[in-house]
Write a protein that binds this ligand. Structure first.
Ligand code: 3PY
Ligand code: MG
Length: 233
């Protein structure tokens, strides 16, 4: 996957059965493949963020950030002094950047990518307060959880007015603060459309979703599987 040509890959620890050791091996393989290794942590805790950054992730995607205090907690865990309180230690972070620890400590605050997810109506309401936190580089919308928090079906995209307005609000707030707006999409056509709209941090489905979608297509062609659905990410 690292050699396909994508700028970055996100190792998914939130919803996938991947433990820290597998994640760390993936960071090394992704970096060696010429791609940026990012990770989505299972939840917004200092322990989660520290362990993946100290062991080679170049950036963190943090789910369900709903308030300024939660965004500040992300920055506190992901940035060294003076921006945050990340504890100093480890070796693999530097190895992952092909450098030494001293250089890593010097440059990490500038080079580590910090992405907060807005994926709840509470986060949309607090978008200004979240996105204006110093040290946040990008905001990433989780459309499924967002729609779910509106009492609607989980979807990657929708014409629903509340959903569309929520996306626009987050997008505009991000632009205003010089933070990259991002969103998860279901396929290449959706990615192209979002890029044209100006979104900058775009994730496309998942490797498991890609594999199962292709397997389903093959099974269906052979008249197998009775048109069973697969989750798209
Ligand atoms: C969501 O759609 O809720 C996501 O978390 C996508 O990554
Ligand atoms: Mg989500």
């Amino acid at each position: 996957m690292a050699r396909v040509g994508f700028d970055w890959l996100t190792v998914e620890l939130e919803h996938a059965p991947i433990d820290i050791e597998t994640a760390v091996q993936s960071f090394g393989a992704i970096a060696a493949g010429g791609c940026a290794p990012l990770v989505r942590v299972p939840w917004n805790t200092g322990e989660n963020i520290k362990r993946v950054l100290d062991n080679g992730a170049w950036g963190v995607v943090v789910p369900m950030v709903n308030s300024r205090a939660e965004a500040e907690a992300v920055v506190d865990a992901a940035r060294y002094q003076p921006l945050g309180n990340r504890s100093v230690g480890g070796q693999l972070h530097a190895a992952s950047f092909d450098t030494d620890p001293a250089t890593y400590y010097e440059r990490a605050n500038e080079e580590i990518l910090v992405v907060v997810m807005i994926e709840h109506v509470k986060g949309v309401e607090a978008a200004e307060a979240i996105i204006s936190v110093a040290g946040v580089d990008a905001v990433f919308i989780g459309p499924n959880d967002l729609s779910n928090s509106m009492g609607k079906k989980p979807v990657f995209d929708s014409d629903d007015r509340q959903f569309v307005e929520a996306l626009q609000h987050v997008y505009q707030t991000a632009r205003k603060h010089g933070v990259a707006p991002g969103i998860h999409v279901v396929d290449a056509a959706a990615a192209q459309r979002r890029l044209k709209e100006g979104w900058q941090f775009i994730a496309i489905t998942s490797e498991a979703g890609m594999m199962l979608a292709k397997a389903r297509e093959i099974a269906n062609t052979l008249g197998l599987g009775a048109g069973k659905g697969v989750a798209k990410y």
